[in-house]
Design a protein around this ligand. Structure first.
Ligand SMILES: Nc1ncnc2c1ncn2[C@@H]1O[C@H](COP(=O)(O)OP(=O)(O)OP(=O)(O)O)[C@@H](O)[C@H]1O
Length: 463
């Protein structure tokens, strides 16, 4: 295990609150397993006046009793104040304590007035306090209801709202960088993504196949039911959401396609997609040249690679994997994996673009598509150059044909440089399995064509 990685910005922002001369409220939220508790604990390493209370699903009386027990080691005076949350939190505010209420939604479930109690404290009572109260929660819906949305009592009271996201590729790879080749890192990223707990479940000593088999495919695997659990925690009627995610993972990415595959009425789809988007489970993408416009050409994607893998390969398969036993990975997953990972690989190539082309100021990176035309990697620059690339995560080397195809697609792409001059191109080919001599020779002759391997991309992302 790598020890604690990344989250530098989040830590700095928390330190600012702890050190502030005013009373402060922070809200930390994000799906389970993303590392909220680890972040808070890390942030408090140097703050010995802090209380971290991990709420459980118990009655209010028991929660309060356990909270008081936790607090009493540091603040024995709390034993005299036992009546309710208002009195107890008020006492700690007077002591200028740092108080973390982890799994805050469990407390609100038992005492729905708690957000209002905190609101009243922050509005009227904490003028002389330098306390910090940190509310942490995994249920995004409940955190929104209790603290984040306009109609919640705590709306506007917090000076910091931290929406915890997955780790980026370079940080995630710290979990096994020494053990895996660049290719192994991209494949593992494409399956397990950037959630710290999922990455911890990967054993770098064994192959990706064994990891997938043991943690995901096996009925007893630690991640076998994870997405199911997360969705049921957030949604009371999850069936339609499951169908939508399954459709997107299966390649139906436009609204029309999703409606067709799921049988959900096109006009009702927005409601579900918006909810999935608020839960950070899907993203809406538009062609890079149309970001500022209203476009009908948007596509939906599952944000978390592990969820995408699960909905593509595991959801709805019943006992199929059990029947195949240890061969399930080899028979059902491996033949499709390169194709499946090509999409995360495209995203990584986009992210690497600024490092690979340091001579340009790149303002935006993304993809472009129109009808049958598609460009996997596009970098818009401040000058006259458009950077365009084709990515292939396949087992055979790329030849000249890939370059010709890229040029054909790029001919259809409408983009005019800001200054209005003639546009020029930088062509990039990204390949998992190297290049044929035909395209290598072309790259030697031309100044505007560069060839990148998986190693180049991974190195750029680690720079
Ligand atoms: N930045 C990090 N670097 C290394 N490991 C991490 C990091 N963040 C979290 N982890 C590890 O990932 C696992 C999950 O983290 P943690 O329990 O903090 O997540 P959480 O968001 O609080 O989840 P839950 O809501 O389920 O309690 C833990 O074992 C933790 O040690």
């Amino acid at each position: 295990m790598p020890g604690f990685v990344n989250r530098t910005e989040e830590l700095t922002r928390l330190y600012d609150l702890y050190d502030s001369d005013d009373a402060e409220l922070a809200v930390i939220y994000g799906r389970r397993r993303l590392g909220k508790t680890a972040l808070v604990k890390r942030s408090l390493k140097e703050y010995d006046q802090a209380i971290v209370y991990q709420a459980k699903q118990k009655t209010e009386a028991l929660q309060l009793q356990q909270f008081i027990e936790t607090v009493s080691e540091l603040y024995p005076g709390i034993m005299r104040i036992r009546e309710d949350w208002e009195a107890v939190l008020g006492y700690l505010a007077d002591q200028d304590a740092i108080v973390v209420l982890d799994e805050f939604p469990y407390l609100v479930e038992q005492d729905q007035s708690l957000p209002s109690v905190l609101q009243a404290m922050f509005d009227h009572e904490l003028n002389d306090s330098t306390a910090t109260i940190v509310l942490v929660g995994s249920s995004i819906s409940m955190m929104e209801e209790a603290a984040l949305l306009g109609n919640s009592p705590l709306y506007g009271r917090s000076s910091l709202n931290l929406d915890i996201r997955q780790l980026p590729f370079d940080a995630a790879m710290e979990f096994f960088a020494d053990e895996y080749t660049s290719e192994g890192q991209v494949l593992t990223w494409g399956v397990f993504g950037g959630v710290p707990y999922y990455l911890e479940e990967v054993s770098p000593e064994v192959s990706l196949g064994e990891n997938v088999q043991r943690t995901i495919l096996s009925r007893h695997g630690s991640l076998h039911d994870e997405p199911d659990y997360v969705l049921r925690m957030e949604l009371t009627e999850p069936t339609r959401y499951f169908s939508i995610l399954e459709a997107i993972a299966g390649g139906s990415t436009s609204r029309n396609e999703i409606a067709g595959t799921t049988g959900i009425d096109y006009n009702q789809l927005s409601k579900y997609l918006n909810r999935l988007s608020r839960l950070r489970l899907v993203d809406q993408h538009v062609p890079i040249t149309e970001r500022k416009e209203r476009t009908k050409r948007s596509r939906y994607r599952i944000r978390d690679h592990f969820f995408r893998f699960w909905f593509h390969f595991v959801y709805g398969t019943g006992d199929r994997y059990d029947e195949l036993g240890d061969e399930a990975y080899e028979v059902l997953i491996e033949p499709e994996l390169a194709d499946f990972v090509s999409h995360p690989f495209e995203e990584l190539c986009c992210s690497a673009l600024r490092t690979l082309y340091p001579e340009y100021t790149i303002t935006d990176t993304g993809q472009w598509w129109y009808g049958d035309h598609e460009v996997d990697v596009v970098g818009l620059t401040t000058g006259e150059t458009l950077i365009v690339g084709e990515c292939k995560f396949q087992n055979s080397p790329l030849g000249y044909g890939a370059f010709s195809t890229l040029q054909d697609h790029v001919d259809e792409l409408r983009w005019t440089p800001k200054g209005g001059g003639d546009r020029t191109h930088e062509y990039a080919l990204f390949s998992r399995s190297g290049f044929k001599s035909s395209v290598e020779e072309a790259a030697e002759e031309r100044d505007d064509l560069r060839l990148f391997t998986v190693e180049d991309v991974v190195e750029a992302l680690s720079a």
